[in-house]
Design a protein around this ligand. Structure first.
Ligand SMILES: [Fe+2]
Ligand SMILES: [Fe+2]
Length: 254
């Protein structure tokens, strides 16, 4: 399966449109999962971007801390089974935290989790994940997108789920880490897959604005950068539910 990191704004959507068809041909993944939490102008997602990502061939969309930024997505999260928000949000918040999608006679269980450190989660991810896994227990393959700020939470989750799921992939920091590997129990793991967006910005947003905010301590409207867009993700191979290989995908767009 192919997992693609946070699509950021127009540049991210453009590089996804440009590179995903060729990647699908080259790697022939059974499943494509895309994190779309920054697809709408860098923050959140609306039905328009979600529909586009699904149309491009994503079997499922995962989200994160910007899930509810746009009201239009709230009912969509209830209606569209292929999009998930973190499972460990409050039960009163719209949407589901797990889904099972089917392609080519195989099923993939997708679980989205949020870190609890420096992010607003309803319950601790390493506790909530037990119930989440029950919802996808019958799927052939299981992918967990752990959307978290700190590396320790993601590493701990990887070890906790080793042997239980096919892959634990980290998102949210938008910076890819160099620790992709298959853990001894057969779970593919990476602390952060990175983003699909402009590398010429600060985690996808215009660098001039980020620098100005950090130099003045005054608020400013952030806009997504268009400079040097890349697609970042991981390609995971598996035999049965066990992962056999994880390969980082880091490609520049035009
Ligand atoms: Fe993000
Ligand atoms: Fe995030």
């Amino acid at each position: 399966m192919l997992f693609i990191g946070d699509v950021v704004g127009r540049a991210g959507r453009r590089v996804l449109r440009e590179l995903l068809p060729a990647l699908r041909e080259e790697l022939a993944p059974d499943f494509v999962v895309v994190n779309g939490e920054n697809a709408a102008h860098g923050i959140g997602i609306t039905p328009k971007e979600a529909d586009e990502i699904l149309r491009l061939g994503a079997d499922a969309i995962t989200l994160g801390n910007h899930t509810y930024r746009h009201r239009e997505i709230w009912p969509y999260l209830e209606q569209e089974r292929r999009i998930v928000r973190p499972y460990n949000y409050l039960p009163t918040q719209p949407g589901r935290g797990t889904t099972v999608v089917e392609a080519g006679g195989k099923t993939l269980g997708v679980v989205n989790l949020s870190g609890a450190v420096h992010l607003q989660a309803g319950s601790p991810p390493l506790v909530a994940v037990d119930a989440a896994l029950k919802e996808v227990a019958r799927a052939d393959l299981i992918l967990v997108d752990m959307h978290a700020e700190v590396t320790s939470e993601k590493v701990a989750l990887g070890w906790y789920l080793d042997g239980k799921v096919t892959a634990v992939v980290g998102t949210h920091t938008h910076v890819p880490t160099a620790d992709a590997r298959v853990l001894p129990g057969g779970t593919a793991y990476i602390t952060d897959v990175g983003m699909t967006g402009a590398r010429g910005g600060v985690i996808g947003m215009k660098k001039e604005q980020s620098i100005a905010v950090m130099r003045t301590h005054m608020p400013m409207r952030y806009e997504p950068s268009e400079v040097d867009p890349w697609l970042m993700g991981v390609y995971i191979e598996a035999e049965g539910r066990r992962a056999t290989r994880i390969t980082q995908i880091l490609r520049s767009g035009s």
